[in-house]
Design a protein around this ligand. Structure first.
Ligand SMILES: [Zn+2]
Length: 258
């Protein structure tokens, strides 16, 4: 399996091979450029795709989940306009979900945060700021963000969260270190809805329902009208096809809180 460690090791071996070849009988410098470009491309993709497990072991789906169980997850809330609509729909369809909350949004809307928990859903850590530059933060800053959100969650719920979802799905060695230091479990997805893009409701719904299987994790955001509309159609689809949405901890039979 290609991961950051193995790619680095292979790259070093190839680099040394090229260096020896260069010293014996000078080869084109472009071989070195090609090696760096390959390393950079693999690392760029690996850092952005949760399915690669490039830096961190990520739970993207559970092949051993109970039959017809899937997990709907919501990132970036709580949102005062859309989270209540999402909660109402989940209640109507007797579905449980997992909300990966942004720390500063919990601080701004603690009542809503408590309502999510009171209605039987699971919550997880989705950083404090969700900064666009999160992927460039130093380990200490990443860890401070995750710790701050955990502290806010504890303050409003008494719970010590263990589940973490990386902002934008981006991981790197610094995020891995912070996640390991705090003993968090990283949760990804295998059905990315792209509900924050310009795609139509129907295209988004098709993306998440196509070849849906027991154990799948669907990524949505409780941050827009479009996501709420898609959620309603998705819940109808799941109901008609005898699927049950459960929280991540139920799907994997793991603990969401320490
Ligand atoms: Zn996010």
């Amino acid at each position: 399996m290609l991961n950051f460690k193995s790619v680095n090791l292979i790259s070093i071996v190839i680099f040394l091979g090229l260096l020896i070849a260069f010293l014996i009988n000078p080869i084109s410098i472009w071989w070195f450029v090609l090696l760096f470009f390959s390393w950079f491309t693999l690392t760029a993709f690996g850092s952005g795709l949760v399915s690669w497990h490039y830096h961190i072991k990520i739970l993207n789906a559970n092949k051993n989940a109970n039959i017809n169980n899937i997990a709907i997850t919501f990132d970036d809330g709580p949102n005062p306009e859309f989270t209540p609509q999402v909660l109402a729909l989940l209640k109507q369809y007797k579905a449980k979900a997992t909300f990966f909350c942004i720390g500063k949004h919990i601080e701004a809307h603690p009542k809503l945060f408590k309502q999510i928990l009171a209605e039987g859903h699971t919550i997880g850590n989705h950083t404090y700021s969700h900064a666009n530059t999160f992927g460039f933060f130093k380990t200490e800053k990443v860890q401070a963000e995750l710790l701050k959100t955990n502290t806010i969650i504890k303050q409003f719920s008494g719970l010590q969260p263990k589940l973490f979802r990386p902002a934008f799905g981006v991981t790197n060695p610094r995020i891995r270190q912070a996640v390991n230091n705090l003993n968090l479990t990283t949760i990804g997805w295998n059905k990315r809805s792209l509900d924050t893009t310009n795609l139509s409701d129907l295209s988004i719904l098709k993306r998440v329902t196509k070849n849906i299987n027991s154990g799948d994790i669907i990524l949505l955001h409780d941050t827009s009208d479009k996501s709420v509309r898609v959620l309603e159609q998705l819940l109808l689809f799941l109901h008609d096809n005898k699927f049950q949405s459960v929280a991540i901890d139920t799907l994997f039979k793991i603990k969401a809180y320490a």
